[in-house]
Ligand binder design. Structure first.
Ligand code: NAP
Ligand code: MG
Length: 478
């Protein structure tokens, strides 16, 4: 693009993080090798450089972690007054702030997301979750769940790779505030910030066993959610794995919350402020490379303004900078793994084969690592797979509508129901539309905003249960 300034490279230094060559499991307050001695490697998806060897927990390791969590729960954490638990959570939150640059750099290296996002969104929002739930720890009797609600016990928590530290915070902060202890499994491709968080627990003098981190892949997750001494399962990930977990816990008295996939509609009405809407569309689908469960992956735009919106959207996409995640000017970083890249390519090729029009701005992609250009598909019909299936990448499907009723019908025509967006000048139209959308979160004239005080969760195949806010306490209380 000739109208784009050339920015000089502005790389964040990686010297602030000390990445070890190998990492153990965090069990009972200490790092230890896996019992069988197995491990796996985590790589930097922007370069394919191997970052570290990480221990892989098997059933015996998971059992040791659950036992440590149970001991810590019985002897210490369930007996501790809420105000004391709150002090630990405040301390963890403050250390996360103090070490925020280190956490942000490490997150960008292990995950591939731009430093601008890990620094300005992931890490501060993760710390905010700990601050927020720290405040609840001594007020649970006033949360609307009876005068003296009780913790459940040991929580087994499994999280995905798209927001590694933030998803950890969503899981661990409310669990601990309510008096539960946890065993958490981070995703195979992004274990490093969870292990740095384990160090932060040590630094905060958190009693051993209150937080345990078991690294590994799907098998480790399976062992954790099916462990008989786990009282509560919290999962964020794909709908397929969510289904398998629902089956595994059926017939037990484990409590379960599932946060699954999405295919959100971002609805732009003819009276919307176009430039703001275009920023919202870009933020909705290109934030975090589109690796966002609540991404606005279906743009529903009113026919009378579709041409104008698309033209401005394409112009804006031409200014997005793709490349080194550690460069402070980067807008779009690397795709998290070779597998995810293959999935995005496959679905995009299917979109083309189904007859939709594919467009990406001209951009130079780095030679190494996993990259995919921001892409928009026009002429998409509701039957197309790219309109129905979650792509989980920087790929937008554009569908048009004529009337508000048609917009609502098309927006709800999905097996998912996690989020939606509305762009219009009229408050009445926002309320009319929002009340008809079957989605857990509806943003109006903004998108992808997260706040610890606000509950988050899905309808239909996007899962059940809520995380965040006062609602998020319920999943961890009896
Ligand atoms: P995934 O394959 O379902 O993996 C999620 C986690 O579950 C990973 O830690 C994974 O281990 C583990 N796992 C795999 N098989 C398991 C099993 N049988 N039992 C227990 N755990 C198992 O999902 P993903 O591809 O990592 O993440 C992308 C998906 O997450 C998308 O569909 C996205 O929409 C969803 N998501 C939802 C939300 C939300 O709040 N609703 C938020 C973020 C993401 P590995 O380490 O081997 O992968
Ligand atoms: Mg990695």
């Amino acid at each position: 693009m000739d109208n784009v300034f050339d920015y000089a490279p502005a790389p964040e230094s990686r010297a602030i993080v000390d990445i070890k060559s190998s990492y153990g499991l965090f069990v009972d307050g200490e790092f230890r090798d896996s019992a069988a001695g197995h491990g796996f490697k985590t790589v930097n998806p922007a370069t394919e450089e191997v970052l570290a060897d990480v221990a892989e927990a098997d059933e015996a390791d998971v059992d040791a972690a659950v036992k440590a969590a149970r001991r810590a729960w019985t002897r210490v954490w369930s007996r501790m007054p809420g105000a004391e638990r709150g002090k630990y959570l405040f301390r963890i939150a403050r250390i996360m702030q103090e070490r925020s640059r280190e956490l942000a750099v490490l997150e960008s290296i292990d995950n591939g997301k731009p430093i601008r996002e890990s620094r300005d969104v992931d890490v501060p929002t993760a710390a905010a979750h700990f601050f927020y739930y720290a405040g609840w720890a001594d007020k649970l009797g006033y949360a609307g769940f009876g005068p003296d609600p009780q913790p459940l016990g040991v929580a087994g928590q499994v999280i995905p790779w798209n927001f590694p530290l933030l998803m950890l915070a969503w899981k661990i902060a409310p669990a601990l505030a309510c008096g539960n202890t946890v065993v958490l499994k981070p995703a195979e491709t992004t274990p490093l910030t969870a292990l740095l968080f384990a160090e932060i627990c040590q630094q905060a003098d958190l009693p051993p066993g209150v937080v345990n981190i078991v690294t590994g892949a799907g098998e480790t997750g399976r062992a954790l959610v099916s462990h008989p001494d786990v009282d509560k399962v919290a999962f964020t990930g794909s709908t397929d794995v969510g289904r398998a977990i629902a089956k595994a816990v059926a017939g037990t008295d484990k409590k379960v919350t599932l946060e699954l996939g999405g295919k959100a509609a971002n609805i732009v009405f003819d009276d919307a402020p176009v430039d703001q809407a275009v920023e919202g569309i870009v933020n909705g689908i290109f934030f975090n490379q589109g690796h966002v469960c609540c991404a606005g992956s279906r743009l529903l735009v009113q026919e009378s303004v579709a041409e104008e919106v698309l033209e401005r959207l394409k112009r804006r996409m031409g200014t997005l900078r793709i490349g080194d995640p550690l460069d402070k000017n980067t807008d779009i970083g690397a795709i998290n793994s070779a597998e995810q890249l293959a999935k995005i390519r496959e679905l995009s090729d299917i979109g083309e084969a189904e007859g939709a029009g594919r467009w990406s701005p001209a951009c130079d992609l780095p030679d190494h690592g996993y990259w995919f250009p921001p892409t928009v598909f026009t002429g998409v019909s509701q039957a197309h797979r790219i309109a129905r299936e979650e792509i989980f990448g920087p790929v937008l499907s554009v569908i048009t509508f004529r009337t508000p009723a048609e917009a609502v019908e098309k927006a709800n025509n999905t097996p998912y129901g996690l989020s939606a967006g509305i762009w219009t000048d009229k408050g009445s139209r926002i309320l009319w539309t929002a009340s008809r959308l079957r989605a857990g979160v509806v943003w109006s004239n903004t998108f992808n905003r997260f706040d610890p005080a606000s509950p988050f969760g899905g309808y239909k195949e996007s899962g059940y249960g809520r995380e965040g806010g006062r609602h998020g306490l319920e999943a961890y209380l009896r």
